[in-house]
Design a protein around this ligand. Structure first.
Ligand code: GLN
Length: 547
């Protein structure tokens, strides 16, 4: 039977609760336990699929096609355990389920209320796990004190009663701000935040105190006293240079030891964390460095490309090189010359994206990479734009376009090489969509198999011709143009098993020009870097030696 660890946050948002949960997961694994992580988000969107990346950061897609919070990406990267749709839920989803049940008459005429109907729905989500993991780490999004998080806090309080003290633990993450005028770290916000949590009936047994500097013993003692928490369970969680240092740093501060202590579990032996030490060494002290231009749209918010940034770092770790990312706003090429921004970079990456804005700039970036033989990695939209570039500039289809760019209700202006997917196979089932479908959940989502051509760059990178990768897109390159494009050197080196959908294309006459219709960055991990990122960074290193 699983034990549950509930992780809340107080004082401010962005405390790195997700990272902390992921790091604790990795530490428990290093102690020989199995873990599963899940996230409860208080917002009212049913899932983050339709939320702007500017506001919410990246949408992380699971193998089974759920569009989830980017924290699930941290969980997977740190623990290697693949998440699924039962690992993430929002208030929107919970309320939808409750209202659907109400409409079906499941509540037998009862007045439907937050307690018990909403809280029961949340508790079912938390407790209905198969129990095979030793620990289930459950992170509550938002900050204690928010109106939205109340039903979640009430539910984890009740769940704690059901589970009992031996199977439930509450960890609260807080912040100790440094006040320069006083020259001191302040503990008062932490005290208030614990008080707030206690007012809803939750008594944390471990505090993770985030701070940008060493916390004096006196202050830790003070927190212990005021918050009624054992001294050794007030854990300093200091800022570190790289996120991959978090497991090491939290271990040194005693987090995993104290967690096991709360459950009455022995922790005689020190866990082997040499794999994390290796990663941190490589990140901190690499031999070489390369610069990759990421030509995208949401370039002013690093969180919107979270997994991508990490995957590039992983590619760097594998090649013992630091990867500098130069974000370039694609629409700048509407006015300025790509040469001025891309000259001298060692690789160009066009990531996933949506909509017409910036698309011409991305096409120009692909053209620059192809003509100047700079390594190019096109991901999803980045593949689609590379295909349009080849169609226009090599195959003579000068008006090649995507149906995605047609104005609302208007016919497409040009030859649509990239078109709206209306049907495709998912396993043995036919999935069908229409132009008028809702935006939420109408994409080809989740893991699909692809067959690669032996001898292609992609197959060489993977060391296999059978791969499974995660998708998130609504449009697809029309395979009727395959022969025409291949005649001009853009080969489709990976397709769906039935051959109907493109998965990978590459320019044969180029050192490294690969586009993929899926999102390889979602499966990359520091301890298991994605082969395409490893190969791309390797090509970029070669390129850097040329210039
Ligand atoms: N906008 C494109 C589509 O829907 C690409 C999506 C993406 O890059 N994830 O097909």
């Amino acid at each position: 039977m699983s034990r549950f660890i509930f992780i809340t946050g107080g004082v401010v948002s962005s405390l790195g609760k997700g990272l902390g949960s992921a790091a604790l997961g990795a530490l428990l694994q290093a102690r020989g336990y199995t873990v599963r992580l899940c996230k409860l988000d208080p917002y009212l969107n049913v899932d983050p699929g339709t939320m702007s990346p500017f506001q919410h950061g990246e949408v992380f897609v699971t193998d089974d096609g759920a569009e989830t919070d980017l924290d699930l990406g941290h969980y997977e990267r740190f623990t290697g355990v693949h998440a699924n749709k039962d690992d993430s839920v929002s208030s929107g989803r919970i309320f939808t389920n409750v209202l659907e049940k109400e409409r079906r008459g499941d509540y037998l005429g009862a007045t439907v209320q937050v307690i018990p109907h909403v809280t029961n729905e949340i508790k079912d989500f938390i407790l209905d796990k198969d129990g095979s993991a030793d620990f289930i780490l459950c992170e509550i999004g938002g900050t204690v004190g928010d109106i939205e998080s109340l039903p979640f806090l009430e539910s984890i309080r009740q769940a704690g009663n059901t589970l009992g003290r031996e199977r439930a633990l509450y960890i609260h993450t807080t912040l100790l701000p440094y006040i320069p005028a006083a020259g001191e770290l302040k503990t008062k916000p932490t005290q208030h935040s614990v008080k707030e949590l206690m007012s809803v009936g939750i008594r944390p047994r471990i505090l993770l105190c985030r701070s940008d500097r060493e916390i004096p013993e006196d202050e830790l003692r003070k927190i212990s006293l005021f918050c009624n928490i054992d001294e050794e369970k007030v854990i300093p969680a200091l800022d570190v240079k790289t996120i991959y240092e978090v497991p090491l740093s939290y271990h040194a501060a005693g987090l995993d030891t104290q967690v096991l202590d709360c459950f009455g579990l022995e922790s005689k032996e020190e866990p082997d964390l040499s794999n994390w030490e290796y990663i941190v060494d490589r990140v901190k002290d690499p031999e070489g460095e390369v610069t990759i231009a990421v030509v995208g749209k949401y370039t002013n918010l690093a969180d919107s490309y979270k997994s991508l940034n990490e995957a590039l770092t992983h590619g760097g770790i594998a090649n013992n090189a630091k990867v500098n990312i130069k974000f370039v706003e694609a629409s700048i090429f509407d006015e300025e010359n790509p040469q001025d921004h891309l000259q001298g970079v060692d690789g160009i990456l066009v990531p996933g994206g949506f909509g017409a804005r910036g698309s011409e700039g991305k096409i120009k970036a692909a053209q620059f990479a192809r003509e100047n033989k700079v390594p190019y990695f096109g991901i999803c939209f980045g593949l689609q734009m590379a295909v349009l570039e080849a169609a226009r500039n090599l195959a003579g289809i000068t008006d090649a376009t995507s149906t995605e760019f047609a104005e609302d209700g208007e016919d497409v202006q040009g030859t649509p090489l990239v078109g709206l997917m209306t049907e495709w196979m998912k396993g043995n089932e036919l999935e069908a969509r229409g132009e008028t479908c809702d935006l939420g959940g109408t994409m080809r989502l989740g893991s699909y198999p692809a067959k690669l051509e032996a001898g292609s760059k992609a197959a060489a990178a993977y060391g296999s011709i059978d791969v499974e990768e995660r998708h998130r897109h609504r449009y697809e390159v029309n395979m009727n143009f395959r022969a025409q494009l291949e005649e001009h050197g853009l080969k489709f080196s990976g397709v769906s098993p039935d051959g109907s959908l493109p998965e990978i294309c590459e320019h044969v006459d180029h050192p490294w020009f690969v586009g993929v219709q899926y999102h390889p960055e979602l499966k990359s991990k520091p301890l298991d870097p994605h082969p395409l990122f490893v190969s791309f960074i390797e090509a970029a290193i070669k390129q850097s030696r040329l210039v």
